[in-house]
Write a protein of this length. Structure first.
Length: 273
């Protein structure tokens, strides 16, 4: 069993009504989160679902989880904005909600990494950046590169429903691992032994981002980041304690900064461990 990292830290989830118990399991199973605070009307329901899940699948690490307030985010290393309107094509409402949450985080003294995990990730991360008062490196968006028309959704794993080829950061303990393993892109990679890739083809998830930030691992993950033209675009980024530490050139990556790329075949070996 993996030991809890000495870098264990607090994570805040804003909008827990859009987060499943499986999402939380994938976040907590690694042991790098010691405290999880839930902000929003769905907090107690999610805590109840987590308790039910633990009856069947015990978490290998103990984590303090509670329904809290924005004041609790002042000590958080990562804050995840997951909420949004349940009405399709409600981007104006979603932007307003994200701005409001970002302003409240600012007022509470939050100075960690702000992760917007809802599509359209580029537009909503931009709204968060405008209101949170954080450096551009500390505001990150995670979502699908190709927006689904008529559907604005919370994104925990970018591989679900996408043609993802590479899973170099995927963990076999993740609740979505088997689904990603069966994705068309991974199957195609196995058959062709595909070696080239683009940032859009690499699986990324909230858990990976949180682990990279909390453990300061400098892991390369494709996320939406604020580029030189002041717009959020998806780029492979080296992530650490301060958020985006370096934006890498997808066409000419420095091998000293990038972990070896692993296609689905290696992921199969990982699953069998």
């Amino acid at each position: 069993m993996t030991k809890v990292s000495k870098n264990s830290s607090r994570v805040a989830i804003i909008g827990p009504e859009n987060v499943s118990a499986s999402d939380v399991y994938s976040l907590l199973v690694g042991g790098f989160v010691s405290e999880l605070v839930l902000l929003g009307k769905g907090a107690r329901n999610l805590m109840h679902e987590i308790e039910k899940l633990q009856r069947f699948v015990a978490f290998p690490h103990s984590t303090r989880t509670w329904a809290g307030t924005y004041e609790d985010t002042a000590q958080a290393t990562v804050a995840i904005i997951a909420f949004g309107s349940r009405i399709a094509n409600s981007r104006k409402a979603d932007k307003s909600l994200v701005r409001g949450a970002s302003m409240r985080l600012k007022d509470a003294g939050f100075n960690g990494v702000l992760l917007v995990a809802r599509d359209p990730a580029d537009l909503l991360a931009e709204s968060a950046f405008e209101s949170a008062g954080l450096p551009r490196s500390k505001v990150i968006g995670l979502g699908h590169v190709k927006h689904h028309r008529g559907e604005d959704r919370m994104t925990w794993c970018t591989a679900i429903g996408e043609d993802v080829t590479f899973m170099d950061n995927c963990n076999a303990d993740c609740a979505y691992f088997e689904q990603v393993l069966r994705s068309p892109g991974v199957i195609k990679a196995k058959e062709s032994k595909l070696k080239s890739y683009s940032p859009e083809n690499i699986a990324a998830c909230v858990t990976q981002v949180c682990e990279a930030v909390i453990t300061n691992s400098h892991t390369v993950i494709p996320v939406f980041t604020n580029t030189a033209d002041e717009r959020f675009t998806v780029r492979p980024c080296s992530l650490g304690r301060s958020g985006v530490e370096e934006v890498l050139n997808a066409g000419n990556q420095n091998p000293n900064h990038v972990k070896p790329i692993t296609i689905g075949i290696a992921a199969d070996k990982q699953a069998s461990v």
